[in-house]
Design a protein around this ligand. Structure first.
Ligand code: HEM
Length: 365
């Protein structure tokens, strides 16, 4: 579906205004499941090299910081080929016990009789520990890395509504740190890859965890079902959380040639935004998509990790492991764990997330 056709023959990007009056590029919004799959799987026509967020990121930051996620093949294939063996299901199983150790520690440290904020106290901690562990970052440096990653994700300032990552200070800090760490790739490639891992690996997984607690609290019947047979339901629950909430709500491509999609004309140079959040609620694929149902038979069809295309989430196995183990440790230590009150949502077109989520380990009674 095209939101608006270009209105300037010299440029394919028309100018529109958002609710606050700010001028914004007009993009093609791809909202149906089949169309999102079609765009994802046609990287010759829909390129990643000009960026993957709705707002453009300055070219030098894109090149410097975004690694394979902002590349087309053959550069993309080469980089992904070098690192992907570390992220297979088998490699990830190899670190499962260490992940469990961290998760158990986090669960054991939660207050028994006081309210706490689930986002910093639980959801943020595990992904930070795991990525830092993978990269060999010592405990003492982890707070610095976390603050730098937050700066990148927040766009580097106090913008109210974030549409692209940024944060030169945070990028610089992680990059400098990464250069000292390893040498499998060229130093430049390694630096960029570490930035990508830290930003892609932290924010997404912690958001999925926060959504999981919120959704399971909002739907006590589903929570009861899960706790009655945790091993039997947890994998599908994770898929349903990711389908329902889509922590990465969209990814952008840029058309390399004039083309058509779903009857709409797309001009070379148009930004094409694949809305996973919308595709994951496409009623032609998901029956009653607004229902949170951990037994949904086709929850695993969601596009929350991408559409099995060349950029399909490299960290999916790791994310699944973290979510499974953290939720298991939490509910084993605190069967009554629940959110209290509404989540404070992040204002971002880049991450569909929860900034704060008050929680308790026991009933208030
Ligand atoms: C619930 C958690 C996560 C979600 C929802 C998620 C989602 C996504 C999505 C939608 C993409 C883009 C797919 C595409 O364009 O086709 C992506 C790419 C990527 N993700 Fe994740 N992700 C998660 C966790 C992680 C973790 C834990 C890591 C690393 C430790 C990671 C590393 C990456 C990388 C490196 C890419 C780029 C791959 C490429 O360009 O070839 N992600 N992720």
């Amino acid at each position: 579906m095209t939101l608006s056709q270009p209105n300037d023959s010299r440029s394919s990007a028309a100018v529109a205004r958002d609710v606050s009056g700010r001028s914004v590029d007009v993009e093609v919004a791809v909202v149906g499941y089949d169309d999102v799959v079609a765009v994802s799987r046609n990287p010759e026509v829909f390129s990643s090299a000009k960026g993957f967020t709705i707002d453009d990121v300055p070219a030098e930051i894109l090149e410097f910081a975004m690694s394979m996620i902002a590349m087309d093949d053959p550069r993309h294939r080469r980089l992904r080929g070098i690192v992907q063996s570390a992220f297979t299901a088998a490699s990830v199983r190899g670190i499962a016990e260490r992940v469990r150790g961290y998760a158990a520690q986090i669960a054991a440290g939660l207050p028994r009789d006081a309210e706490f904020d689930f986002v910093p106290d639980v959801a943020t901690r595990l992904p930070v520990q795991v990525i830092c562990e993978l990269l060999g970052i010592p405990e003492s440096d982890r707070p610095m890395i976390l603050a730098a990653a937050a700066d990148v994700i927040a766009g580097g300032g106090d913008r109210e509504f974030v549409t692209a990552p940024g944060g030169a200070a945070g990028l610089g800090q992680i990059y400098g740190y990464a250069l000292e760490l390893g040498e499998t790739l060229t130093p430049t490639e390694f630096g960029s890859f570490v930035i990508l891992l830290i930003t892609a690996g932290f924010e997404t997984t912690r958001q999925a965890l926060a959504w999981a607690l919120h959704l399971l609290t909002e739907h006590p019947d589903q929570r009861e079902l899960l706790l009655a047979d945790f091993a039997g339901h947890i994998d599908n629950t994770i898929d349903e959380v990711i389908r329902f909430a889509s922590p990465v709500p969209c990814m952008r491509r840029t058309a390399t040639v004039d083309t058509e999609l779903g009857g709409a004309h797309i001009a070379a140079g148009d930004k094409v935004v694949m809305w996973y959040l919308s595709a994951n609620h496409d009623e032609r694929i998901f029956d009653g998509p607004g229902r949170f149902d951990i037994t949904r038979a086709n929850a695993g069809k969601h596009l929350g990790f991408g559409a099995k295309d060349i950029h399909y989430c490299l960290g999916m196995n790791l994310a699944r492991l973290e979510l499974r183990v953290m939720l298991e440790e939490l509910f084993t230590a605190h069967p009554a764990l629940h959110a209290v009150g509404e989540p404070a949502l992040l204002l971002s077109a880049f991450i569909s997330g929860i900034a704060a989520l008050p929680a308790r380990t026991r009933d208030e009674r």
